[in-house]
Design a protein around this ligand. Structure first.
Ligand SMILES: *Cc1c(COP(=O)(O)O)cnc(C)c1O
Length: 380
């Protein structure tokens, strides 16, 4: 039997118009095959304009952007940083790069993101905390109002890991623009991609301050070269800038972001309808105050008859990719010595019962129907 073409969880989806290639061609024509050039400058400005932030730095990946945000927030040796536990390890690893100490925070059931109740407990236990990293998992916004209020009250820097939520609105404003810093990723599986890349936006009220912070990040990310003719360095440097070729892909992709969000939301809606008849399947939360980009559509299963692994194996047998929910950081061997502030074991429960379903924007109706029927059959 011929094997069917693989259906992916989320794969790159270039514009039909070929915008990306035009910008890449411009980079070749001008010979700016470098980590600087017009595409980089324009991509920064275009992304900042899109989300409504004043200043942005294009970097080699989202992880680098989180690292630079922590550094800009003044996080260093021995400082405590609160980080959402239910996330990808890239949210937390940069805390270690800075020799700081992560404390992991449980999720709340309504958003799957950082529990404001657990965060409040964490502030009581660690009043000298330096920064908070909140994540908008799978595109759904965290309960930002309460989290921002707590951070303001304690005078602590808030970093929004919006790697998965570009295009998501929280109460009418784009995610990534609420915290002191916002981070986006353009990794291959994200809603738009540059194959690999990231962006840091600074959201200080005073635009001059934001400009200064972003200028400093660009300086660190370009090996911290002092303005001297000879190679002089007064600070530790990093090679974190985005290539001008890849920024060209990003500029093209940004033009189709809204289209991608629309399609992702249709996929989520399709699954919601289809599974409304199966009592043991619950869609991940959605709510009125967040307009999610629905990066991945996820479900949780109740009951013991069908478990997440059964779903994943049944789909895999038909060459369809699905994945477990991120394993919480407080359950990771690498972070076993770190403290964790519990809400009610929510992150662990989501991890143990959840599955990420195929959410590729190239999915056809027939493919979606097939996915649903494979899953529903497990209950027959
Ligand atoms: C993808 C992702 C990152 C890291 O982005 P990269 O560009 O791959 O470095 C960080 N946090 C979350 C939640 C992510 O999903």
């Amino acid at each position: 039997m011929k094997t069917l073409p693989r259906i992916y969880l989320a794969s790159p989806h270039m514009s039909d118009e070929g915008f990306e290639k035009q910008y890449i061609q411009a980079a070749f024509d001008s010979n700016w095959i470098a980590p600087l050039g017009e595409n980089v400058d324009r991509f920064e400005q275009e992304l900042a304009d899109k989300v409504g932030s004043s200043h942005a730095a294009a970097l080699s990946c989202g992880t680098a952007a989180i690292h630079m945000a922590l550094k800009a927030a003044g996080v260093g040796q021995g400082d405590i940083v609160f980080c959402q536990s239910l996330t990808f390890s890239a949210s937390a690893n940069p805390i270690i790069y800075q020799n700081a100490i992560p404390v992991f925070i449980d999720s709340e059931p309504d958003t799957w993101n950082m529990s404001p109740d657990a965060l409040e407990k964490a502030f009581a236990k660690y009043p000298n905390v330096k920064a908070v990293i909140v994540v908008h998992l799978y595109g759904l916004a965290a309960d930002l109002d309460r989290i921002m209020e707590l951070c303001r009250k304690h005078g602590v820097c808030l970093i929004e890991d919006a790697a998965e939520s570009l295009g998501t609105l929280y109460k009418g404003r784009y995610s990534g623009t609420f915290g002191d810093y916002g981070v986006f990723s353009f990794n291959g599986n994200k809603i738009i991609t540059t194959s690999g890349g990231g962006m840091l936006v600074a959201n200080q009220k005073d635009s001059a301050v934001a400009a200064e912070r972003i200028a400093k990040v660009r300086f660190w990310a370009t090996q911290s070269r002092d303005s001297a003719r000879h190679y002089q360095h007064s600070e530790l440097g990093y090679n974190y800038r985005m290539s001008n070729v890849l920024a060209g892909i990003g500029r093209g992709q940004l033009k189709v972001l809204d289209q991608r969000v629309t399609k992702k939301r249709q996929i989520f809606e399709f699954y919601t309808q289809a599974f409304s008849t199966v009592a043991e399947i619950k869609m991940m939360p959605a709510n009125d105050w967040s307009y999610s980009n629905c990066w991945l559509s996820c479900i949780t299963l109740s009951g013991s008859r069908v478990r997440p692994l059964d779903v994943m194996l049944a789909l895999e047998a038909e060459n369809i990719e699905s994945r477990p929910i991120w394993k919480p950081m407080h359950l990771q061997p690498f972070f076993r010595d770190c403290d964790y502030i519990d809400h009610a074991g929510i992150a662990q429960r989501i991890f143990e019962n959840g599955v990420c379903l195929p959410s590729d924007t190239k999915l056809t109706l027939e493919e979606l129907q097939k996915i649903v029927s494979i899953i529903k059959k497990l209950w027959h």
